[in-house]
Design a protein around this ligand. Structure first.
Ligand SMILES: Nc1ncnc2c1ncn2[C@@H]1O[C@H](COP(=O)(O)OP(=O)(O)OP(=O)(O)O)[C@@H](O)[C@H]1O
Ligand SMILES: [Mg+2]
Length: 374
């Protein structure tokens, strides 16, 4: 799958601009604060309906403007697809796929798939379990609408259950909860099963990618800590019974203390917890390995690679790792952003250099032979 062009209107610092991309490696380059990350962000937004760095759509609208419009033309094995999103200050999105409006975010997912990585993804390893769950949720939602809808339903029931737990009338809680819990466990079964399968598949590939990037010096292992295994039904059944056991505690706490909203993943390098003992560079390599592994899972499931967006990643790696990274991504469409880069990292590979200046494309040129590669 690859994106051919991106159109931006009143998006961040872009007034109205179109950016063309090539298959393979693309580099959005230019000085600081010119709009490189903004363009990368727009692509991911068109894939998932959400920005990796702003939690409100209105922040994405060019200041002083009322509404923004972005669109992309992409090609996949199913043919060409165009995705357009218009949104306004009221955070209302209008989504169009091939010119037809769709009413749910779920209908947007899966049209163009991408994996996004930027330096703040380090929090995937460093920070709270919530960041790791978000990784699972974003990846799995792009891969499976049924996961996305199960998650929506789960969160809705969970919010209702938590509200009920705060009710002073304990007998009302005890009468009502079994109905909520049955539905909650059913959705949780789907979510946990999908996460277990995903991590089982991801883990050995992430290990491989990590060995590649780190030169094979360290072995990465991943562990999930949900404690629920087996089929969706097995998981739902076990969770339903654990919810019953946890009821007194949940009433005391006023929220639901078990379930997929509390899951975490542990990353071990040579048997040491990366979050606790890992260096900054090790944590970065683990996070990057996970994202590279994620592209392979897309391939395993859909026979097609997603678009890989690597924002500001090159500057954080030494030349040797930069070369390894380039070697590891040349088989899919990759969009790098970088203020500066050393062309020697591409050796004999072709790449497209797109210079962004103040929300405009200043130049867009493909370098295809080593001779041109100067
Ligand atoms: N809603 C908005 N309206 C107008 N301009 C915006 C908006 N949001 C961000 N900007 C501007 O976009 C610019 C930053 O763009 P971006 O993050 O893409 O920079 P960059 O080229 O990736 O730079 P760097 O190399 O520092 O990462 C800033 O000048 C910022 O003020
Ligand atoms: Mg940037």
């Amino acid at each position: 799958m690859h994106i051919k062009s991106l159109f931006l209107k009143n998006f961040r610092n872009y007034r109205e601009e179109e950016i063309s991309f090539s298959e393979g490696i693309n580099i959005l380059t230019g000085e600081n604060a010119q709009g490189k990350t903004n363009a990368a962000e727009a692509i991911f937004f068109l894939c998932t309906g959400y920005s990796p760095r702003a939690n409100k759509d209105r922040l994405l609208i060019k200041s002083g403007e009322e509404q923004a419009e972005i669109s992309a033309q992409a090609t996949s094995s199913y043919g060409d697809v165009s995705v357009k999103i218009k949104f306004n200050k009221a955070d209302k999105k209008n989504i169009f796929i091939n010119g037809m409006q769709v009413l749910k975010i779920g209908e947007l997912l899966g049209n163009i798939n991408s994996v996004f990585f930027n330096p703040s993804e380090l929090k995937l390893v460093q920070e709270s379990p919530e960041d790791r769950r978000r990784f699972l949720n974003v990846s799995l939602s792009q891969m499976s609408k049924s996961y996305f809808y199960a998650l929506l339903r789960y969160n809705k029931i969970l919010a209702q259950r938590n509200n009920l737990l705060k009710d002073p009338d304990v007998s009302l809680i005890k009468d009502t909860l079994p109905i909520w819990d049955e539905q909650l466990s059913k959705e949780a079964g789907k979510i946990i099963k999908a996460r277990n399968d995903f991590l089982l598949e991801l883990s050995p590939i992430a290990e491989e990618k990590h060995a590649l990037l780190s030169g094979g010096k360290e072995t990465l292992k991943m562990k999930t800590e949900s404690g629920y295994y087996g089929s969706e039904e097995d998981i739902a059944f076990a969770l339903f019974s654990d919810l019953k056991t946890a009821l007194e505690r949940d009433i005391r706490l006023g929220f639901t203390s078990i379930g997929p909203h509390r899951d975490d993943i542990k990353f071990m390098l040579n048997d040491m917890d990366v979050r606790v003992y890992g260096s900054q560079g090790q944590q970065r390599t683990v996070a990057l390995s996970l994202k590279l592994a994620e592209t392979e899972i897309f391939y395993n499931r859909f026979n097609e690679y997603p678009i890989l967006i690597l924002d500001d990643v090159l500057s954080e790696l030494d030349k040797k790792r930069q070369r390894k990274l380039v070697g590891a991504v040349e088989h899919l469409q990759t969009i790098f952003t970088a203020t500066a880069f050393d062309r020697t990292i591409f050796r004999d590979k072709s790449f497209t250099k797109i210079v962004i200046e103040n929300g405009k494309v200043k130049s867009n040129k493909k370098f295809s032979t080593p001779l041109e590669n100067k």
